[in-house]
Design a protein around this ligand. Structure first.
Ligand code: GSH
Length: 218
């Protein structure tokens, strides 16, 4: 039995949720309230670093979302979500790493905008927007004329970048200058795995209250 510990608004856990759905696996979804449940002993026994996502497969604990995706691909290879060709596989890995290391950190400065919170820092927002432009230009070129990164079928790269970009759209980032990425994003958002894992407005409101509470403590 597979159990995914997650939080609805987190792109880190949504990428695992989407992969489970794309692979049509049976799993149990357990929400961890990040207002403190992640520090409870039962959860720390699964992930001592108190982060979601964590996946438990018949008593085997897997942490770190990219490691979880690789575990799922190796253990449940159908449908295949990693290309075999060396250059295509490298495209997938590059997109995954650029998404996590360059794109994801750009969300931080945009959070006040995304969640309607005070405290926006215009200098940080400018830098984040510049970084996002560089990443989207890079992705537009890497996608080329294929529907998915490195493949004609959905890959683990699409899952990782495709669960971050919709959050940027909530922050007012436009994909109009990137026609290929724009079409790719619409293609992904229309898939049942994206539709069924989309965070509700209530989940965003709860995330906002947690952020506000954290800001008031500082
Ligand atoms: N590198 C980790 C990052 C996971 C992560 O940062 N999770 C955040 C939510 S997006 C979390 O659990 N935060 C609560 C905490 O660290 O206490 C991964 O990819 O799985």
């Amino acid at each position: 039995m597979l159990t995914l510990y997650h939080a609805p608004v987190s792109p880190n856990s949504r990428r695992v949720w989407v992969t489970l759905l794309e692979k049509r696996l049976e799993f149990e979804l357990v929400e961890v309230k990040l207002s403190g449940e992640q520090f409870k002993p039962d959860f720390l026994a699964i992930n001592p670093f108190h982060h979601i996502p964590a996946l438990v497969d018949d008593g085997f604990n897997v942490v770190e979302s990219l490691a979880i995706l690789d575990y799922l691909e190796a253990k449940y290879p159908t449908p295949n979500m990693l290309p075999k060709d060396v250059k295509d596989l490298t495209i997938v890995r590059m997109v995954q790493m650029v998404s996590v290391n360059e794109l994801l950190p750009s969300i931080g400065p945009l959070l006040p905008r995304i969640l309607d919170l005070p405290g926006e820092d215009p200098e940080k927002v400018n830098k984040a927007e510049e970084k996002i432009t560089t990443v989207l230009t890079f992705f537009e070129n890497l996608l080329g004329d294929r529907p998915y990164f490195g493949s004609n079928n959905i890959t683990l790269a699409d899952v990782v970048s495709g669960t971050i970009i919709p959050i940027l759209l909530r922050g007012g980032i436009s994909l109009d200058k990137y026609p290929k990425i724009n079409a790719w994003c619409s293609r992904l958002i229309g898939r049942p795995a994206w539709q069924n894992s989309e965070a509700t407005e209530e989940a965003f409101a709860e995330f906002r209250s947690n952020m506000l509470a954290r800001m008031q403590k500082q």
